[in-house]
Structures are given as C-alpha cells and as structure tokens.
Write a protein that binds this ligand. Structure first.
Ligand code: FES
Ligand code: FES
Length: 216
C-alpha cells in the first residue's frame, strides 16, 4: 500500500514536472524539427516561379505539380481530368515545354518556371492562341481548353524549333500541316470533339490558314 501510494505520488510529481517543462521541450523541438504533413510525412521546400511570380511552398514530396498549382497556389485554371496522364487537361508549360502536370512531382521542378493558362494572357489582353480559340469556337464545355491552349502554344514553338514528330516526313523541314498538328495534339482529349476548330485556331495563330491540306 505504501509502495503503491509512493508510486502514485511519484507519478503525479513526475507528471507535474513534465507538464511544466513540456512547452519548452515542444518549442525547442519545433524550432529544429522538419515540417511534417498531417500524415507525418516530412515536408519539402519547393520554390517555383509561376506566371512570373515566385512561390515558396512546403510540400509533401508526393505532391504532384498539378495539385501544387491547384490546391496550394489556387490556380484552378489548370484542370484535373484523369490524373493519370491520359487526357491532357492538366497541361502546363515548364521552362517553355509542355508537360502533364499530373504526372510529375512538384519537387522535381524546384527552381523552375511554370506557365499556366492564367499566365498566358488576361481577359483584357488575351494571348493570340486564346483569342484564336474564341474566334474559331475551339471549345464547347471548356474543361479541356486550358490544357489545349497550353499545348497548342507549345506545339507551334516545337514546330518553329524544327522538332520532328512521329508523322513528320521531312526531318530537315518540319512544316505545319493538319496531320502534324493533330498528331502533336493527340495527347489532349476533348470530349466535346472541338478538334477541327482547335486545328483552325492553331492554323490561324501560325499564320497558315489552310485547312485539310498540308501547308506549302
Ligand atoms: Fe493529367 Fe489527365 S489530368 S493527363
Ligand atoms: Fe468540352 Fe473539350 S470543350 S471537353
């Protein structure tokens, strides 16, 4: 009984000491401890330049670039369609090249420049590709459109740079044609089937308005 009593008293005293010292221990630990997510995963610092603005993030290293943009930076113009690299709705430009942002981790792009649909133009000053999509009715529901436009911008740059595609016949002269544009845009699915008008918009921006035939 005495032993039990002492034990309980000892425990109480010990608890009081722990309670008094806990805030100090906790603060000290917080100062040195790495940030962790609610699931206990160690967070990683990620710095991106998104649409010309610097973003400093602390992310679970498993965060996709798409979720970093949508959930952490609230840039919801970039859409999540399949989240499996199959629809192209999440296409953004990273260092000027198009990429499916659902298929890549944000930490892999630390220090890089990202352009989303919000960074291509503004409602008052549309990017030429945005304007062409409006002019040519390159969309219906619009869900795929941000990805389509980012991809279309990059496709014209790829052709300008002479980068061949699977259907390029003359590797020394990469030219714009409907089949070339369709092949390069094949990763961007449109359930509303606005494909012909998207090609027209791209032709318009490229300065080659031919439709149905190869450009000269
Ligand atoms: Fe990324 Fe579909 S959401 S490819
Ligand atoms: Fe509706 Fe493309 S405009 S999915």
């Amino acid at each position: 009984m005495t032993s039990d009593h002492l034990t309980r008293r000892g425990l109480l005293r010990g608890s009081a000491v722990l309670a008094a010292s806990a805030p100090v221990l906790s603060n000290a630990a917080a100062a040195d401890a790495p940030l962790r997510s609610s699931k206990g995963t160690r967070m990683s610092p990620v710095e991106l330049t998104v649409n010309g603005r610097e973003a400093h993030l602390q992310l679970d290293p498993r965060t996709t670039l798409l979720d970093a943009l949508r959930e952490h930076l609230h840039l919801t113009g970039t859409k999540k369609g399949c989240d499996h690299g199959q629809c192209g709705a999440c296409t953004v430009l990273v260092e000027g090249r198009r990429i499916n942002s659902c298929l890549t981790l944000a930490v892999m792009h630390d220090g890089e420049k990202v352009t989303t649909i919000e960074g291509l133009g503004t409602p008052e000053a549309l990017h030429p590709m945005q304007r062409a999509f409006v002019t040519h009715d390159g969309y219906q529901c619009g869900y795929c459109t941000p990805g389509q436009i980012c991809s279309a911008v990059a496709v014209l740059d790829e052709i300008d740079a002479g980068i061949p595609s699977h259907v390029t016949e003359d590797l020394d002269r990469v030219a714009i044609s409907d089949i070339e544009l369709r092949e390069r845009m094949s990763g961007n699915i449109c359930r509303c089937a606005a494909y012909p008008n998207i090609i027209s918009a791209m032709r318009d921006v490229s300065g080659q308005s031919g439709r149905g035939e190869k450009a000269a």
